[in-house]
Write a protein that binds this ligand. Structure first.
Ligand SMILES: N#Cc1c(-c2ccc3ccn(Cc4ccc(CN5CCCCC5)cc4)c3c2)n[nH]c1N
Length: 242
């Protein structure tokens, strides 16, 4: 997978070179390009923003600069990339989105700042590539970089050979519709807090049932909305785990 990120704060993307993602680059599972949007400005002030038509707070990112940047970064391949534009007004980014994008050969992330990017940039790009405007959650950030890092990490960890233990991705929260339950490791007792006996019983059928029930209970307590999305037979299967 090829990943390109366009931003006015390229140093914000430094974590891409660390740890799991850094290893994925070293192992050539992914190639990552980070591009400074100001490289496509032509004025002495290297301006990337301007006042919003129709008034309102803040500034809007100029279409000309973004247009030239996307023309160059998204060129040079038989098939165009999927353009991902983080925005508070985007469709929800979910684990299902990450799974879908993990099949993509090339993702380009356009990280806006200020009040966002002139809409014509996305409309023009959609003439020659798939464009998705997505949000990572119902809270407001200052720009798209943190959202891009979040989405890139959740996609790259799904690629073969990236996670040390691929089973981990298969047992992700949300992958079976439920949150995962609590986890424990040594010592058996810590500050008078024990590890649940069933986890030390060696009875794997009982352990699986316990974990399934814990996941169901936690989901019910913290994310009842996820239970509404579960089909009846999935709920029955979870019930049988009690
Ligand atoms: N993904 C994601 C995000 C983002 C995100 C992503 C990309 C950019 C680019 C710029 N910003 C800042 C910003 C903040 C608020 C508003 C809304 N306006 C506020 C003033 C009145 C009018 C409407 C717009 C732009 C961004 C924020 N935030 N939260 C997510 N889940």
């Amino acid at each position: 997978m090829r990943i390109d990120v366009i931003t006015i704060f390229p140093d914000y993307m430094a974590p891409l070179r660390e740890a799991l993602l850094g290893k994925a680059i070293e192992r050539e599972r992914i190639s990552v390009g980070v591009h400074d949007l100001r490289g496509w400005t032509h004025d002495v002030h290297r301006a990337v923003d301007d006042s919003p038509y129709g008034g309102g707070p803040g500034m809007v990112m100029k279409p000309q600069v973004w247009g030239e940047a996307l023309d160059e970064v998204c060129a040079g391949s038989d098939s165009p990339p999927r353009l991902v534009v983080p925005t508070p007004a985007g469709s929800p980014f979910t684990q299902q989105t990450a799974v879908r994008w993990s099949e993509e050969p090339w993702l380009v992330f356009a990280c806006g700042r200020y009040e966002g990017i002139d809409q014509r940039v996305m409309d023009d790009a959609a003439r020659r590539m798939p464009v998705e405007e997505v949000s990572i959650g119902d809270y407001v950030l200052v720009g798209g970089e943190v959202a891009a890092l979040t989405m890139i990490e959740s996609v790259v960890r799904l690629l073969p050979g990236v996670l040390g233990n691929p089973a981990s991705a298969e047992q992700d929260s949300f992958s079976d519709g439920l949150l995962e339950g609590p986890c424990y490791t040594r010592p058996e007792a810590w500050r008078d807090l024990p590890v649940p006996d069933v986890l030390r019983s060696g009875n794997h059928a009982a352990i699986d049932r316990w974990r399934r029930y814990q996941a169901l209970e936690r989901t019910w307590q913290r994310r009842p909305d996820l239970l509404e999305a579960l089909s009846d037979d999935e709920l029955d299967r979870a019930d049988r785990a009690r």
